[in-house]
Design a protein around this ligand. Structure first.
Ligand code: ADP
Ligand code: MG
Length: 302
């Protein structure tokens, strides 16, 4: 919640408390209907310490402004942002290890910085750095991001994971392999909806808009309702010139090859493959086999 929102809500509550006799008529606190603020918002304010919970039964949760809430209003304290902003981490150096893909970088930065969530699904053939994009966002997001792979969603289930850790960004690789229950939960979360799990009665905080960035080699298998919640960005296979640049970059930076050897591998693979992973395999076998032999054995050309 933003500072201004917190102050506005607290002022409204203070106006209500001033207008009634709190000591006599509201000894068990006021409820959400009195102040006309949604229960979920109140419970957020309570969690953050601005409200005291003076009474709780099945039919009534009674609150009153806490000392902290009052001091925020009397401007003694500025409320800390209850959620850290993402912005500082979404810097120009984000995606620094990814070569090219300028449009995708720009789109993802904008989507992560937008005031309200825009979910993005990266799709396209393998070895185009889709997973790398998710990794970079995870690294930048730190605590605020959760990474998961569709085929290996945790036993606890997506809903409990998100309700428990309240991430701001959900990164889902291989989303096409996600199970039905998690997919259903995801559909609700992506719209900022609330869902109460019957078993645990756990609600997702609606003040926490979740951004989903996902990747998948193909998206035809995804349900239309899931697809429609995403901005689907298709990554095109590398052209020849791009392939050379990417391979050289990856081999030098990630595989520790010198420029010369990286260049040689890139040149020799030109026209044989579009797959960066082939180049990585060649680089790894080259010390034993030599570049030419490694290519011949791996790609079967000669
Ligand atoms: N544009 C790129 N910049 C940097 N590395 C790349 C690029 N394209 C591919 N790679 C490398 O290729 C490999 C496969 O990338 P990955 O992100 O796993 O692809 P995908 O998820 O699209 O199949 C990784 O080692 C990655 O570092
Ligand atoms: Mg991948």
């Amino acid at each position: 919640m933003k500072n201004d929102d917190v102050i506005e809500l607290l002022s409204e509550i203070a106006r209500f408390e001033d207008s009634v006799d709190m000591e006599n008529d509201y000894r068990i606190g006021w409820g959400w209907r009195h102040v006309r603020i949604w229960p979920a918002t109140l419970s957020r304010l309570f969690k953050d310490g601005y409200l005291d919970n003076v009474f709780r039964s099945n039919s009534h949760t009674g609150y009153r402004l806490s000392e902290l809430g009052k001091s925020v209003l009397s401007a003694e304290i500025t409320p800390p942002e209850t959620r850290q902003e993402l912005k500082p981490e979404i810097s120009d150096t984000l995606f620094g290890d990814i070569i090219g893909h300028d449009g995708v970088k720009e789109l993802l930065r904008a989507a992560l910085l937008a005031e309200k969530p825009v979910h993005v699904l990266l799709t396209g053939p393998p070895a185009l750095a889709k997973t790398l994009f998710l990794w970079d966002i995870e690294r930048a997001g730190g605590e605020k991001a959760i990474w998961l792979v569709g085929s290996a969603t945790s036993k606890a289930g997506l809903w409990d994971l998100v309700a428990g850790r309240e991430p701001q960004i959900l990164l889902i690789d291989e989303i096409d392999k996600m199970n039905a229950a998690d997919t259903a939960a995801l559909l609700t979360m992506m719209e900022g909806g609330r869902l109460v799990r019957a078993k645990r009665g756990r609600e997702l905080d609606i003040n926490n808009p979740l951004r989903v960035i996902a990747a998948s080699n193909r998206c035809e298998k995804l349900s239309p309702e899931l697809r429609s919640r995403f901005a689907i960005r298709k990554l095109d296979p590398y052209g020849r010139a791009e392939f050379l640049t990417v391979v050289r970059g990856v081999l030098v930076r990630s595989e520790g090859l010198d420029q010369e050897l990286a260049g040689e591998i890139a040149r020799r693979l030109d026209g044989l493959t579009q797959n960066v992973r082939d180049a990585i395999r060649v680089a790894r076998l080259a010390p034993q086999l030599g570049v030419e032999k490694a290519i011949a054995l791996l790609i079967g050309s000669g």
